[in-house]
Design a binder for this molecule. Sequence first.
Ligand SMILES: [Zn+2]
Length: 377
Amino acid sequence: MTPGPWVPLSGPAHRIALEVLLDGPLSRAELARRVDLSAGSLTRLTKPLLDAGLLVEVDEEAPARVGRPSQPLDVVPSAHHFVGVKLTGDTAHAVRTSLRAEVVAAAERPLTDHDPAAVADVVADVVAELSGGSPVTAVGVSLGGHVAGRGNVVRAPFLRWHDVPLGDLVQARTSISTVVANDVTALTEATHWFGSGRGARTFALLTVGAGVGFGLVAHGRLVTNDDASLGLVGHHPLDPAGPPCFLGHRGCATAMLAIGSITAQVSVAHARPVGYDEVLDLAEQGDPAARRVVDDAGRALGRLVAVAANFTMPDRVVLGGEGVRLATVAHDALLDGLHADRDPLATDPPLTIESPAFTEWARGAAVIAIQTFVLGA
Ligand SMILES: [Zn+2]
């Protein structure tokens, strides 16, 4: 049976379905407690969801107990598939995921032409490859830039775009519902729904990679405004003795933490081009120039964690992005930087270091598509 659509579910039925999607399988007793309903009301509300195939009863793993067995409720993650595409200046990275954002396939394409129609062609092509003849429910596209209205790219410096209706361009080629989001926003939502932010009422996400990003979920909701996708922490001052960024700020977050700034400093020291992973390898091996640059960056990242923790009081700080291996290689320096800017009585926020895999960004884009499907536009 093909499950029915999530929208137009509303009220308690929608809350029930969402609880099961995010935390299932759940027993009926646990579900009734979470949505504050009587057992009778829960039975009445879940029946149409079961009839529609949106929820299913699963066999309990525990051995049979005395009395009538209660079958927990779950969703079928493979009932719907989504494609998430993250655009950089030179590549479209894509994944296909289940309804629970489990990655089941990945692909990428070079972006040789930044013309919006050409980029939309590439996105449609990679969506077609990942759908592999079976239907895709929705597509999410993310990129570093300012996005308005879930479809229009107002500004994307990496692609030199202004006012591009990317959602419409992709949807016209694929005939699949498409949403567009800022990449850090998308990764924050993925962390919130299906990642290490699960269960935290308030958490901060900091990303290091081509740039520096910050996302915040407070009291279970993404904190955002019209300026959120401008990358506002990118030029936060961190080290007055650091190198300048492209805007001339000495030791700002971009100057201290962006991959390009770190590799440039070590390349100058070694008088040859040195890639990011090699910089981190050299630092681990004790190369003096790499160790100094990496520790300075780690200390700066610790200070940025302190800023986030001081102002937002999160249950957890999550570190992600393709450059996040820095947080492991320079972990001691990171803790030094964190403690330098915290009250001595303050407890360290629990820190999670995510995978640096680039597919995490594409998975974030898929989660935006999943959220639009289950919550409505
Ligand atoms: Zn700057």
